[in-house]
Design a protein. Structure first.
Lengths: 290, 383
């Protein structure tokens, strides 16, 4: 029983990280149909900038704030300098641009920061919370809570504000959106900014658990992307459920089957789900009206 | 003391060479090096290159060796074995080097061995794997300790504590896998039983399921983690999170201050084997290696402005073994040089005390590793 509980805790810890990263994919995807593969680098930038400002003596809350602002600036720059000039291109070309941007950002980070691993102090200390023979770190709960808060904010934003509706409209039909007076260029740029902010916050929250380095983004983005696909690309609740499900799958596979094949087991399940439900668990099936 | 004497001899020879410079137009001795200065193994190649450049400059400033100055030719293979091979051929065919230092990685070294064996040029590798010197190849030597020695060192410490049944948790990276294989291979001889094994991915962020299984395994008396990078830090944190009371051993792969800072308070009580260089300031005064490791640490840190690493130390050992051999041979004849390298005895390097022989082209024994325990966020020597 204690074992089962520990595996669940492990799944939640890892899953919450995936969920936070997966959330970053949703908004850009909603606004532009682009899967932004530089999302992992936003996560890395958030964590690394905070670490290095902290090392330079900046108090951590201020360092975190500056890190978020800096990452948003990078997100906006990515849109202005790379995505916007290629606006006529299809989603595949745009996705390739984001992959290029991710390699570029990793290279820059390697020079500006360093190649070592770094950590941040957790918000509520290192002492694990013990329940029924199992233990979970408070920071894991912080990450989980952060994911929930971001989901709620995104939901309020998309469903309750005019700007959010404009994002949906832009995603649905860019020409029609422009005809009703929406500045689609600005909407897509805005979605990059918000996604960068979500990525940066994710990076800051997960660093005490996962540690961070200049190349941590690639792997986080891969798992986050898998989680987003599982939950249904573009759906915020799906991203969180997908992330936590992926984390639990890995933990159970490692605990009950074999730690050697845990990733394979997790991806097999994802494949099976996507075979049965190609849109993911919470994705809307696309209906083309004639 | 020997090191000081040697230093004196070097300076003496240098002065003599300076005096005789007018009489003799000395051709430069070309020494080749293929190092992974950039790319994923740059943490190896970068300090190695800096070290070689530093000490070749020093040797030349004191007049070179056997009256001839050294010319160092460094190529960067970016940790790609195919590139290493290309550069090795260029060093031999075009640059016509007398001897070779390097091959930062095992992959690069193994790729280059055949051409050096064929060209009959002495080759001192700076890579870890035991396959480089087993079987013994006539022209190939190496300076760093092997993973096998790290396993043996850990097992020896376990035996001293009367612990014989262990669990291994291995990282799925090249280093973690290789060391796990070596540990499994030498365990029976050391009288150690491996009761349980777990692995984790190199980028995993939580290892509590694996550790829960280890915790639940009856009879396990200690846990050994073979791995590199951030994985061992997370294993250590999770280990304390689950409140496992068994002794935890890490590998020499994480023997850096970075590990202590990443694992935080969880690192308390962790033991690991490491080179003397890391604890230069903590070695007792009568330690044979103390003088040399402190001297190298000081030189490297002053001139490069970076903290010393064992990898640069391996390059220092390689260069000095070569230079000493050339002095004993009295010439830069390749065959004589090779024979003298093989005869290296009581050479005090940063990695340990080197005693080579025709059957041992590494020449280090278990005393090269020190068993460390982390106490109060710092290393302490386990007696």
């Amino acid at each position: 029983m204690a074992e089962l509980l520990q595996f669940i805790f492990s799944g939640l810890t890892v899953g919450a990280v995936y969920a936070l990263v997966a959330l970053g994919f949703t908004l850009i995807y909603n606004a532009s149909d682009v899967v932004n593969f530089a999302q992992g680098e936003f996560v890395m930038l958030g964590g690394m900038t905070t670490v290095f400002l902290g090392l330079a003596g900046v108090p951590l809350p201020i360092a975190a704030l500056i890190a978020v602002i800096a990452t948003v600036a990078v997100g906006v720059a990515l849109h202005r300098l790379a995505i916007e000039p290629a606006r006529g291109a299809g989603p595949v070309a745009l996705i390739m641009i984001t992959i290029g941007a991710s390699i570029f950002l990793r290279g820059i980070a390697q020079i500006i920061f360093d190649k070592r691993f770094h950590s941040l102090p957790p918000l509520f200390g290192n002492d694990p919370i013990r329940v029924g023979g199992a233990a979970i770190l408070p920071q894991s709960l912080v990450v989980l809570f952060g994911a929930v808060v971001i989901v709620v904010l995104l939901w309020v934003f998309i469903d309750r504000t005019l700007l959010g509706k404009a994002v949906i409209a832009t995603a649905a039909n860019r020409l029609a959106a422009r005809l009703v007076g929406i500045d689609t260029r600005r909407i897509v740029g805005f979605s990059f900014a918000v996604s960068a902010a979500i990525g940066a916050v994710a990076g800051i929250l997960v660093t005490p658990v996962t540690l961070t380095s200049y190349e941590v983004g690639t792997l986080l983005a891969l798992k986050g992307f898998a989680a987003a696909m599982l939950g249904g690309m573009g759906n915020a609740i799906g991203a969180v459920v997908g992330g936590i499900l992926l984390g639990l799958l890995e933990a159970f596979a490692a605990g009950y089957l074999s730690s050697q094949y845990k990733d394979a087991v997790a991806f097999l399940v994802i494949l099976a789900v996507l075979f049965a439900m190609p849109q993911g668990l919470f994705g809307r099936a696309k209906v083309d009206r004639v | 003391m020997r090191a000081l004497q040697r230093f004196g001899v070097t300076v003496g020879i240098g002065l003599l060479a300076l005096l005789s410079v007018g009489h003799q137009a000395s051709a430069q001795i070309k020494i080749g090096a293929v190092l992974s200065v950039t790319g994923p193994a740059s943490f190896l190649g970068d300090p190695e290159k800096k070290t070689l450049e530093m000490y070749v400059d020093d040797i030349n400033a004191t007049g070179g060796v056997n009256g001839q100055k050294l010319q160092l030719i460094v190529y960067d293979d970016g940790a790609k074995a195919s590139e290493a091979l290309t550069f090795a051929k260029r060093l031999l065919d075009e640059d016509k080097i007398i001897a070779m230092i390097g091959g930062s990685t095992t992959g690069s070294t193994l790729a280059m061995i055949p051409v050096f064996e064929e060209a009959q040029v002495p080759f001192i590798s700076l890579a870890g794997a035991i396959q480089i010197i087993q079987p013994v190849r006539k022209w190939v030597f190496k300076t760093p300790h092997t993973d096998t020695m790290a396993c043996e060192k850990i097992f020896a410490d376990l035996k001293r504590r009367n612990l014989t049944t262990i669990a291994i948790i291995a990282g799925a990276d090249a280093f973690g896998k290789s060391m796990r294989d070596q540990c499994v291979a030498v365990a029976p001889k050391a009288g150690i039983t491996i009761a349980h094994e777990e692995t984790y991915g190199a980028s995993d962020t939580d290892m509590t399921p694996q550790l829960t299984n280890i915790k639940g395994k009856a009879g396990v008396q200690a846990v050994v983690n073979t791995g590199f990078g951030q994985g061992p830090a997370i294993v250590t944190r999770n280990y304390r999170q689950l409140d496992i009371k068994l002794p935890l051993y890490q590998s020499h792969g994480v023997a850096s201050k970075q590990f202590i800072s990443l694992a935080g308070p969880a690192a308390e009580g962790v033991r690991l084997p490491a080179a003397a260089l890391l604890v230069a300031d903590k070695l007792p005064e009568n330690d044979k290696q103390k003088l040399i490791v402190e001297y190298y640490k000081k030189t490297y840190e002053q001139r490069s402005g970076q903290p010393v690493s064992t990898f640069g130390g391996h390059a220092y050992d390689g260069l000095m073994i070569l230079v000493e051999a050339a002095k004993r041979a009295g010439s830069w004849d390749k065959a004589k040089l090779r024979d003298e390298i093989e005869k290296t005895k009581d050479f005090i390097g940063t990695a340990g005390i080197v005693n080579m022989s025709p059957t041992d082209h590494l020449g280090l024994d278990l005393t090269a590793f020190r068993m460390l325990e982390i106490k109060n966020g710092d290393w302490t020597l386990v007696p």
